[in-house]
Design a protein around this ligand. Structure first.
Ligand SMILES: NC(=O)c1ccc[n+]([C@@H]2O[C@H](COP(=O)([O-])OP(=O)(O)OC[C@H]3O[C@@H](n4cnc5c(N)ncnc54)[C@H](OP(=O)(O)O)[C@@H]3O)[C@@H](O)[C@H]2O)c1
Length: 322
């Protein structure tokens, strides 16, 4: 079958190990099902895989891609849940120490077909295109869990989203608005601040600027560069939910005094559960909110999508179609 896969690693030139070619058809193990892929979307994770991060050499060649939407064996339209937990694990699969993401241990979604455990599919509503649905399983699911599960935010609360131009951050802004929150966002870049307003932020600020109000929660994916500002922006008892550290994980000042004195909470967040993916799909179906798509490319042109992501020349998701 047609597939886009990693054949080698390179930290300096990740695209050198990318192959757009053919791989054998997959055979689903007991309890797994075959999904015919209609659309898949790119994540930074795919570039990291080509750099050899999170992927072992003995797993090569590995078909890339975490996110997909397509048809199940009965022709139903489905969204694929990318978190694969151990068959013996029960409960929140993000807490399974042996969990993996598609394309880490099991072949990924940039192909004609992908096999996943039967439980790892969620019905796709007819209102949503395959391209839109394919954006949801990684960045959008991460954003959903940060806001509504780990952050415990509800309609009427105020949230700060740091680094508005990022993939997770744009999802956070759009989903927070759809969920009835007041959304404040920061970015270093004026044009990204303008785009943040277009996709749902109520107010935007330069990174580090003093905010007019204290917020109930701050959503962090930037890390070192914005941490102090996030802590200082919270009301007493407020929460920081963190799912990434793009600018680095080490802090000059962790603001520990503020954290205990104002009784703040710092909460980690990673991916999401199948049930949260179903809730995310329902939220978009009910509100008409849709993921922002930067461009749609036929999967044969995957290399162009990877190159755009490597250059950072993207606002929204890059979708690959079959
Ligand atoms: N835990 C999970 O499940 C999960 C899932 C997906 C991603 N992640 C992680 O989340 C992080 C963000 O991923 P992403 O794909 O959203 O990244 P991204 O698209 O590269 O965006 C990161 C954003 O960080 C901001 N930023 C970067 N350096 C900065 C600096 N020095 N000062 C201020 N702002 C800075 C930028 O915002 P502005 O240019 O707008 O200022 C940038 O748009 C990554 O670390 C990723 O690994 C985690």
């Amino acid at each position: 079958m047609f597939a886009v896969y990693a054949d080698a690693f390179s930290s300096d030139d990740p695209l050198s190990g990318l192959v757009v070619g053919e791989r054998p058809d997959p055979t689903p193990p007991e309890g797994w099902t075959t999904i015919t892929v209609k659309a898949a979307s790119l994540n930074h994770h795919d570039l990291w895989s080509l750099r050899g991060v999170g992927l072992k050499k003995e797993s090569l060649p590995m078909i890339l891609g975490c996110d997909a939407a397509g048809l199940d064996e009965d022709g139903n339209e489905v969204v694929v849940h990318a978190v694969i937990s151990d068959p013996d694990w029960s409960g929140d699969e993000t807490l399974d120490p042996r969990r993996s993401l598609l394309s880490e241990r099991h072949q990924g979604t940039f192909a004609d077909k992908v096999v996943v455990p039967r439980a790892n599919v969620v019905p796709k509503p007819a209102s949503m295109s395959f391209e839109e649905a394919a954006c949801l399983p990684t960045a959008w699911l991460t954003a959903y869990r940060m806001l509504f599960t780990q952050g415990g935010l509800k309609a009427g609360d105020t949230v700060l989203v740091q680094g508005a131009g990022g993939g997770v951050a744009t999802a956070l802004i759009t989903l927070a608005r759809a969920g009835g929150l007041k959304v404040l966002a920061t970015s270093r870049d004026e044009s990204k601040r303008a785009r943040a307003l277009e996709i749902g932020a109520h107010e935007v600020f330069e990174s580090g600027a003093r905010l007019p109000v204290k917020v109930d929660a701050a959503m962090e994916t930037v890390g070192r560069a914005t941490w102090s500002h996030s802590v200082r922006s919270l009301r007493p008892g407020g929460k920081i939910v963190i799912s990434g550290t793009t600018s680095g994980p080490n802090l000059d000042d962790a603001e520990l005094t503020r954290i205990f004195f104002l009784q703040l909470q710092v909460i980690g967040s990673t991916m999401g559960t199948r049930s949260e993916l179903a809730s995310l799909v329902n939220l978009l179906d009910a509100t008409g909110t849709r993921p922002l798509i930067d461009r749609v490319l036929p999967m044969e042109q995957a290399r162009d999508g990877f190159a755009a992501m490597a250059e950072g020349d993207v606002f929204g998701k890059i979708v690959l179609t079959r």
